[in-house]
Write a protein that binds this ligand. Structure first.
Ligand code: ZN
Length: 333
């Protein structure tokens, strides 16, 4: 399919790659040198791949954890601002091929609102990508997005009418004894999914979407397992009293306030399950470049045995509409 839009597509700047993270990835990820090279590249390697596989437009977002892992709020704000300026300058040169997600320093909610607003209003960005919890002041002090300190941030995002892409990061390994001694469970194989699905459930249960019903959150990897589990979660909650502020079922929020992308989960039965839970109006194409191969994602998606109408919606028009691509493109800069 030509004209696809992809939106879990990562980049890095030299100061977003944390040395500890870099060393860990290098030690257990054989492809890391090539991935790192591709993260730091915006054009030379990326554009030819997009052209070759029918991706017309990419919304660029930082890799994980990047800004969310910088414990000093002031430094987090500076790194976010520099990364946003760098990518905005690049997008301005290719406004029909690239758009951007703002990196936001959630360590300081007021600074996050300021940066979010600047990125959307002044730079033409299409929302924000947040890499899970933020470490604030101390590496062990983690804050999730359902924390009351973020109420004004969510209100501003709803008012600006753009989504938040909730991207995975590893849980703090020091707090997860079940992962100890099993490094194969870390990262995108398993830990990302359970961490991010739990984070999303916390948002739903907090009543966030009752207070802000127009908010949209995007989850990658076909919903981090939630479509498969959502009935059971609601079923068990209904059987035993829980102290949950939310007014509706979790499945209602999954269907009304979440979009899912196929990033890094190129599996037809899993897609069918996601379609049966949320419908094709709320599923979008993505690759998860450069951690996944563009060719594998596109070949699978282009050859799916689904209607051309659904392929077109998931591959292009759902994203065009959610991110208002096209209508504001010329106002990118
Ligand atoms: Zn990703």
């Amino acid at each position: 399919m030509e004209g696809k839009v992809a939106l879990e597509e990562h980049f890095a700047t030299p100061d977003t790659i944390n040395p500890a993270h870099d060393a860990r990835y290098a030690s257990w990820f054989p492809a890391w040198p090539d991935i790192k090279r591709r993260l730091l590249d915006l054009q030379e390697l990326r554009l030819p791949e997009m052209d070759k596989h029918g991706i017309e437009m990419v919304i660029l977002g930082l890799h994980n954890p990047a800004v969310q892992g910088i414990t000093d709020p002031k430094q987090a704000a500076e790194v976010a601002r520099r990364a946003n300026d760098t990518v905005a300058e690049f997008i301005a040169k290719h406004p029909t091929r690239f758009a951007g997600f703002a990196a936001v320093p959630m360590q300081d909610p007021d600074a996050a609102i300021t940066e979010l607003t600047r990125c959307i209003k002044d730079l033409g960005f299409k929302g924000t990508m947040v890499n899970g919890f933020s470490q604030v002041g101390d590496p062990n002090n983690v804050v999730y997005l359902d924390d009351p300190r973020y109420e004004a941030f969510w209100a501003k995002l709803e008012q600006l009418d753009y989504p938040l892409y909730l991207h995975p990061r590893d849980p703090l390994l020091s707090r997860e004894p079940i992962l100890e001694g099993h490094s194969w469970l870390w990262g995108s194989a398993w830990a990302f999914g359970i961490e991010t699905a739990t984070h999303a459930l916390r948002l739903m249960a907090s009543g966030l979407f009752d207070r802000h019903p127009k908010l949209n959150v995007v989850l990658g990897h076909l919903g981090e397992g939630l479509p498969f589990m959502i009935w059971r979660i609601d079923h068990r909650i209904s059987q035993t009293p829980r102290n949950i502020p939310a007014k509706r079922k979790m499945a209602d929020y999954l269907g009304d306030n979440f979009y899912l992308t196929v990033s890094g989960n190129f599996r037809t039965p899993t897609l069918i399950d996601a379609i049966m839970e949320v419908g094709t109006d709320r599923i979008m194409f993505s690759v998860d470049y450069p951690f996944e191969k563009t060719e594998e994602a596109c070949t699978w998606f282009d050859e799916l045995h689904i209607s051309e109408r659904d392929r077109h919606k998931m591959g292009r028009t759902n994203a065009m509409s959610l991110f208002k691509l096209g209508s504001t493109r010329s106002a990118s800069r």
